[in-house]
Design a protein around this ligand. Structure first.
Ligand code: S3P
Length: 167
């Protein structure tokens, strides 16, 4: 039996959105990026939500968005890197989907997130912030049903690996 949804989790810059789009089109499923959905629903960028309402408010909106999205089926859902921190989110992801964790090494992550201003948690000393957060979240993605190190793989190869492992 195919899973109702595929939920991509992983640290910032591991390729969840890029992989998710290609995977969704391969399966003929809908692609949902929860960060993009949050921005659309709130009418402002993730950075502005953090700046004006704070991280706690963002996390509440994120949990609500994940719960609403996971009501649907046949979706590939790319989640924000911190979405796995709340137990309620992990539970709904597992109950309503197959969770796939994407990983990448610190250098890859640093080079990817350095190019993006819309990541409030890694502003300033990006290197230091990424290393600290990676350490804090070392086991945050362990609950996933499948883990893929994206380091040496192309998007096509990652998608093929996910499709081949689909329960
Ligand atoms: C966050 C990751 C971001 C975004 C927000 C917080 C995090 O998503 O949700 O800036 O806590 O790791 P990406 O993983 O898509 O960058």
């Amino acid at each position: 039996m195919e899973p109702s949804n595929i939920v991509l989790v992983g640290f910032m810059g591991t390729g969840k959105s890029t992989v998710g789009k290609t995977l969704a089109s391969r399966l003929g499923w809908k692609f949902v990026d929860t960060d993009a959905l949050i921005e659309e629903r709130q009418g402002m960028s993730i950075s502005d939500i953090f700046a004006t309402a704070g991280e706690k408010a963002f996390r509440d909106i994120e949990s609500e968005t994940i719960a609403i999205t996971l009501d649907g089926t046949r979706q590939v859902i790319a989640t924000g890197g911190g979405a796995v921190l709340a137990e309620q989110n992990r539970k709904v992801m597992q109950a309503r989907g197959w969770v796939v964790a994407l990983t990448a090494d610190a250098e890859t992550i640093i080079s990817r997130v350095s190019q993006d201003q819309n990541r409030p948690l890694v502003q300033g000393d990006v290197k230091e912030r990424v290393h600290t957060l990676l350490e804090t979240r070392k086991h945050a993605y362990d609950f996933a049903g499948k883990r893929i190190d994206t380091g040496s793989l192309s998007v096509e190869e990652i998608v093929a690996e996910i499709v081949a492992a689909m329960p």
